[in-house]
Design a protein around this ligand. Sequence first.
Ligand code: FEO
Length: 174
Amino acid sequence: MISDAMRTRLNEQINHELYSAYLYLSLSAHSERANLKGTAAWFMAKHSEEMTHALKMYRYLLDQDADVTLATVHAPPVSPDGVLAMFEDTLAHERSVTAGINDLVDHALSEKDHATNIFLQWFVTEQIEEEATVNDIIGRLKLFGDQGQGLLMIDNELGAAAKTMAPAAAAPAA
Ligand code: FEO
């Protein structure tokens, strides 16, 4: 059993996770249109991961005998040109998600809602890993370049990395 306030906040976070999935789906399509199949596969895998995050919260609400209330998912912005810009936008977005998760933890602690606090710890850890991964990609793009041979190498790396991430049903053949 969780409070109405906690339920509302978790439902809002489901919406943020679904928006994340939508954002990465858009970036995947944009990458594939730019012939960056590895990058497209990586963003498609991120899309699948974000769907998993939304569904973890969905499952938690139902297991806590709470209503799931789905709301409108906003359209993502037009994707920027350039791989570096796409990953910088990704990092900014993930930092905003981290802030949202931290707010949820703060709220759970303020209510002494131990179950939700424990549930959220998985997301706290996940966000550390997600930010670090994107930071690493940005670092490599800055080091090797986001054009020509450097970009080709990183696109291939992203394609290989995508295969180790969550299954992406609609990923292009990399
Ligand atoms: Fe579900 Fe990348 O945050």
